[in-house]
Design a protein around this ligand. Structure first.
Ligand code: ADP
Length: 508
């Protein structure tokens, strides 16, 4: 990929520079032509340098930092495009999604490399995620061909009573950096196929990858204004949420921001969907296959550097197998190769940003201060090859009890808490002892224990003999308790959010 390029917003089918607050709209500023113009735009806060978290000397590109005027332009474009887009037949909209999927497939390697350079996950993870994005688009293209309502018997023998799922209008999609392809697409694809137009506000740390997705939609020939992107900081997201032209907001990110969005959306009656944190437990029952359970714990805790809302952050082990499990877990964790995700053999990349690294190191210090036993990791890798990136060692704490901060708060990094339970009952109680309820796993061979776990755990995703972080695009995804706002994403569940039911009666 070409490094150091200036990226722009995508509004009304055009690549648009950020519109400065103080200049007339038409001036726009030229943020692409020369190094001088780029550095002026950075100073003015219109562009932001994006650096590779594995090699902070590398400038991946310059990302737009949108303000209210960009948001205004994008919402207006999306509003203008809505009537014609909603008029299309489902299979016609599906065709555009198919073409967007083809475009992503054609640029798969470049998109994956961009993702790795921009936010650090390994190339294998980025390729897998890009393939997931393609599959999401194809799945929702299929939705364009499926039924969109029901016929209901009317009490009037001459009447026809039926429902259709009507689109909402302009939807705002506010996304985080940890899945820069999959999350924007699992919001965009259903939003579009069900007839809405969209404005995407990706996370700052994932803007360049998002711009490459926009290029695929552009190449797929979507009508101008159907898909728009206004990149930038949280303020751009807040402008979108507050815009009266936005009918609905779908958000994935932190609980703190999610709660603000819910309030702002409720104040003006916009529909709102939130996916937030997790503190996902994995129980290792006394009869579990310890080898498989240890593999699941390592994958769940450390893949993507623990930066997944479904990451495993607490492993609760029955006493009888605690020592044996701990040995297996440690052996596997110590074998993890940390490094630049573009290099062969690297299993775990850096944290996505300096801020994220500081947060993770802060939680590690807190774990030690609260009296947990540091089993492995605990800081930045000591060798100098890791000096120039936001690397942290995969870290495991033992002797963790449920009251410690590292057992309660979402860390969003490669830190695992090991908790001992005297019985299955105690393990299930410990697993449920969290304000979050996104995903929960158990490893056991006892069908009764598995069924009981599935019944009792208050979590949106229950996983039996599987790691906490497995999401299938054709099934509903979302959490309980503080993890989510009840509605579900992905699969056909997405239709509940992106449409509104219209009940129609016709008298013949
Ligand atoms: P993270 O901690 O994972 O970065 P955030 O919740 O801070 O998660 O960010 C998720 C998304 O929400 C990003 O696109 C971010 O820019 C956006 N965002 C942050 N603050 C606000 C806000 N006040 N209103 C709307 N969007 C916001």
């Amino acid at each position: 990929m070409e490094l150091g390029k200036v990226y722009r917003n995508y509004i009304n089918g055009q690549w648009q520079p950020v519109i400065p607050d103080s200049e007339p709209m038409e001036a726009g500023g030229n943020q692409a032509c020369s190094p001088v113009a780029t550095s002026r735009a950075i100073t003015a806060g219109l562009l932001q340098e994006r650096r590779n978290p594995a090699r902070t000397g590398e400038i991946v590109g310059y990302a737009p930092m949108s303000g209210p005027r960009d948001v205004e332009a994008a919402v207006q474009a999306a509003q203008a495009a809505f009537p014609a887009w909603r008029r299309l037949a489902g299979p016609q909209r599906a065709r555009y999604l198919e073409r967007a999927a083809d475009e992503i497939a054609a640029r798969r390697d470049e998109i994956a490399e961009t993702m790795t350079r921009e936010m650090g996950k390994t190339l294998a993870e980025s390729l897998g995620e890009t393939d997931r994005g393609i599959a999401i688009l194809r799945y929702y293209a299929g939705e364009g061909w499926r039924k969109e309502g029901d016929v209901i018997p009317s009490t009037d023998a001459d009447g026809l009573l039926y429902t259709v799922q009507a689109p909402l209008g302009v939807v705002a999609l506010i996304t985080p950096w940890n899945f820069p392809v999959a999350i924007p697409l699992w919001k965009l694809a259903p939003a579009l196929v069900y007839g809405n137009t969209a404005v995407l506000k990706p996370a700052e740390e994932a803007t360049i990858t998002a711009a490459k997705l926009m290029a695929c939609f552009a190449a797929a020939g979507l009508p101008p204004g159907v898909v728009n992107m206004t990149a930038g900081a949280g303020a751009a997201g807040a402008s979108l949420v507050g815009h009266p032209g936005v009918a609905a907001v779908s958000f994935t990110g932190s609980e703190r921001v999610g709660r603000c969005i819910a309030v702002a959306a409720a104040q003006r009656g916009a529909k709102c969907q939130l996916e937030m944190g997790g503190k996902n437990p994995l129980i290792v029952a006394a009869d579990a296959d310890l080898e498989l359970a240890a593999e699941a714990a390592v994958n769940g805790a450390f893949r993507s550097t623990g930066q997944k809302c479904t990451a495993t952050s607490r492993v609760i082990v029955e006493s009888g197998v605690y020592d044996a499990f701990k040995l297996k877990l440690l052996a596997k964790t110590k074998a993890i190769v940390v490094g630049d995700g573009l290099e062969d053999g690297v299993w775990m990349g850096p944290c996505a940003s300096a801020k994220q690294l500081d947060t993770v190191l802060g939680y590690i210090r807190l774990g030690q201060a609260e009296g947990a036993e540091l089993l492995c990791g605990g800081g930045r890798p000591p060798d100098e090859t890791h000096e120039n990136g936001y690397f942290v060692e995969p870290t495991i704490f033992a002797r963790v009890d449920g009251t410690m901060t590292i057992a309660r708060e979402e860390i969003f990094g490669p830190v695992l808490a090991l908790i001992r339970a005297e019985s299955l009952e105690e393990a299930i109680a410990a697993a449920g002892d969290s304000e979050y309820g996104l995903s929960a796993s158990i490893y056991t061979r006892d069908i009764g224990a598995a069924l009981r776990f599935a019944r009792e755990l208050e979590a949106g995703m229950i996983r039996i003999n599987a790691e906490t972080s497995g999401v299938e695009l054709q099934a509903p995804f979302g959490g309980m308790k503080r993890s989510s706002s009840f509605s579900r994403e992905q699969g056909q569940a997405a239709a509940h959010f992106y449409t509104s039911t219209k009940t129609i009666f016709i008298k013949g």
